[in-house]
Write a protein that binds this ligand. Structure first.
Ligand code: CU
Length: 137
């Protein structure tokens, strides 16, 4: 029993040290690209490195769900992301979606938030992506 316990502790220590050595998380938009010109209905694809996706309400360390912020500054770390037309939640764990926007220019940001929709860290807020939406495809 003692040997098993020591082996378990050793495994836990390895898991902890590999977690410490983990590279920083990164979030970005695979699509659209910065300065893209898109039609009124366009594909959005989220990108994430060194972190994982889980649906809203599922509390697993190192996971979160995506949001798109449209023409708004991101909330502070730890703040709950509002749910409205400028703050879209993808609580099902989606990694892509289709957005419909009126013609114009927009600034989009992807944000990963935790199971309670709280901003996790600055690293999990993407750089702004500027797009122009045309009136036709
Ligand atoms: Cu959310």
């Amino acid at each position: 029993m003692l040997a098993t316990s020591a082996a378990t502790q050793s495994l836990q220590a390895q898991a902890a040290s590999s977690a410490d050595a983990k590279p920083a998380p990164e979030i970005y938009l695979r699509a659209p690209e910065n300065n893209a010109v898109v039609g009124p209905s366009f594909s959005v694809q989220f990108g994430l490195r060194n972190y994982s996706v889980a649906p809203a309400g599922v509390n697993i360390n190192g996971t979160g769900h995506f949001h798109i912020l449209i023409n708004v500054e991101p909330p502070a770390v730890g703040a709950v992301i509002p749910a409205d037309s400028l703050h879209r939640h993808f609580g099902g764990g989606q990694i892509e979606t289709t957005l419909q926007l009126a013609p114009g220019t927009y600034t989009l940001r992807a944000v990963l938030a935790d199971h309670e929709h709280k901003v996790i860290s600055r690293e999990l807020i993407s750089s702004p992506v500027r797009i122009t939406v045309r009136s036709r495809d």
